[in-house]
Design a protein around this ligand. Structure first.
Ligand SMILES: Cc1cc2nc3c(=O)[nH]c(=O)nc-3n(C[C@H](O)[C@H](O)[C@H](O)COP(=O)(O)OP(=O)(O)OC[C@H]3O[C@@H](n4cnc5c(N)ncnc54)[C@H](O)[C@@H]3O)c2cc1C
Length: 424
């Protein structure tokens, strides 16, 4: 087996969603021998990377924990089709995460640094994905798009001023559209929308699951190994991991990358790392024969969901449901998306629509964990990308590959360190 001593480390990557696929790709490009482990066919339904909204927007730099959120939460929870639900039986387990989330939202200095850290991860997303997709033979799955935020009232637009200030600070090139211009740009939109903001230079994928599978297929075509098995734990000493245990046997390696999305916590808990990863579950409804034209990626800002034209039809995706990784999907959340989508595009046809629930892997401070394990010198953590894992996947892969092989991209990685949670 080629090993670190022969100059070609064997790196075992656990989880082949967008993050694991990007880590594996760049590791391989930098000379590592790669084994990818996933319990399902990469890019399939159990991965958040399968059914997300497909936005590759470098301007998604506003951290999820935000000031004033606490005041809005009761209204969101009470609204029948509101963007947030909490499964009350899960609340006791969620509470420590929630307290950190609220604290992060109220910390202005954290907000500033987090937006900067997200901008650094997101800026190159379109170029990186375009190149990865081209190399994987699926260039057509990544395309440029304008991102349009739409508002149902002047008040809700005014309430978003802070977000636009942050986006502008990080280079977003946008224009504000009055009612007439908005409906000219997106004619099938319901007439009650009064304001839009259009951001230039954004990207999207037409099929996130297929894109991720293509990245993995390329790793395999270039000599990488894909093991379809569930990782159940590690063989580790106090400071090093020797192997990962799976239901298909034990896999040894020189270095290990944990990129199992929202499920990563099961494995970090087994190592006693105590990292506060939880999941913001989301839903999509994809309409194969929508009967309306959606020309942009459209963010319905009042109800916080996205409409995106994709290869499979128009996808409406959003909602945050705090219920842990194991609870079954709640069909009422998908029904709420259908009602909201119909309100957004009154001529929308829902016949044949498919529904899906996925688990965003979310840290309470709105930033992913990317970097070495606080305890194990050859274990690297890459999870917790929340609402923007598709956007941040390639840069995360570059960072992880750089940390392991020594070819680091020019980026300050301090904000993503796992040991930032030690103090509290
Ligand atoms: C409704 C919705 C809309 C979204 N829209 C967007 C968007 O427009 N743009 C964007 O950037 N992001 C979006 N996201 C977020 C994005 O989908 C996630 O951040 C991203 O997919 C996370 O990628 P990942 O690789 O970390 O995890 P995942 O994609 O979940 O992949 C994890 C993989 O690990 C595997 N795995 C888990 N446990 C084990 C184990 N023990 N052993 C072996 N394998 C294991 C799983 O099978 C899976 O394949 C959205 C999410 C949702 C839910």
């Amino acid at each position: 087996m080629p090993s670190e001593t022969s100059g070609s480390p064997h790196v075992v990557v656990i989880g082949a969603g967008v993050v694991g696929a990007c880590c594996a790709t760049y590791l391989q490009q930098q000379g590592a021998r790669v084994t990818l482990i996933d319990r399902q066919r990469p890019g399939d339904e159990d991965a958040a990377s399968f059914g997300n909204a497909g936005s590759l927007s470098p301007s998604s730099v506003v951290p999820t924990p935000a000031p004033g959120m606490l005041a809005k939460v009761p209204g969101w929870l009470l609204k029948e089709d509101g963007p947030l639900t909490i499964r009350w039986s899960y609340l006791p387990r969620l509470l420590p995460w929630l307290i950190r989330f609220i604290r992060a939202g109220g910390d202005a200095e954290h907000q500033r640094r987090a937006a900067e850290a997200l901008a650094a991860l997101h800026a190159p997303t379109f170029d990186f994905h375009s190149r990865l997709a081209r190399d994987a033979g699926v260039a057509e799955l990544v395309s440029p798009v304008e991102y349009l935020h739409v508002y149902g009232s002047e008040e809700s637009y005014a309430g978003a001023e802070r977000e636009w200030t942050i986006r502008r600070r990080h280079g977003a090139d946008f224009e504000v559209l009055g009612r007439g211009e908005l409906h000219e740009a997106e004619p099938d939109l319901a007439p009650h929308y009064v304001k839009g903001v259009r951001i230039e230079g954004q990207g999207r994928t037409l099929n996130p699951g297929r894109l991720v599978r293509a990245y993995v297929d390329r790793v395999v075509a270039n000599g990488g190994e894909l093991l379809l098995a569930e990782a159940t734990g590690f063989e580790a000493s106090a400071s090093r991991v020797g192997a990962v245990r799976t239901d298909g046997g034990t896999v040894e390696g020189d270095a290990f990358v944990l990129s199992a999305g929202a499920f990563s916590r099961r494995l970090t808990d087994r190592l006693g790392l105590g990292l506060p990863l939880d999941t913001e579950r989301g839903y999509h409804v994809t309409c194969p024969d929508p009967g309306v034209t959606v020309s942009h990626t459209v963010m319905e800002a009042d109800n916080k969901f996205v409409a995106n034209p994709m290869a499979m039809g128009v996808r409406f995706a959003g909602m945050v449901e705090m219920a842990g990784v194991d609870a079954p999907p709640n069909p009422r959340r998908a029904e709420a998306i259908e009602r909201l989508a119909k309100r957004m595009y009154p001529k929308l046809r829902l016949e044949g629509a498919t529904r899906w629930m996925g688990r965003r892997p979310s840290m309470p401070d709105g930033l992913p964990v990317i970097g070495s394990s606080p305890r194990h010198e050859n274990l690297w953590l890459a999870f917790g990308h929340g609402h923007t894992g598709m956007v941040a996947g390639p840069m995360t892969g570059r960072i992880v590959a750089g940390m392991i092989t020594g070819a680091m991209p020019n980026i300050d990685v301090t904000p993503y360190r796992a040991d930032r949670f030690r103090a509290g």
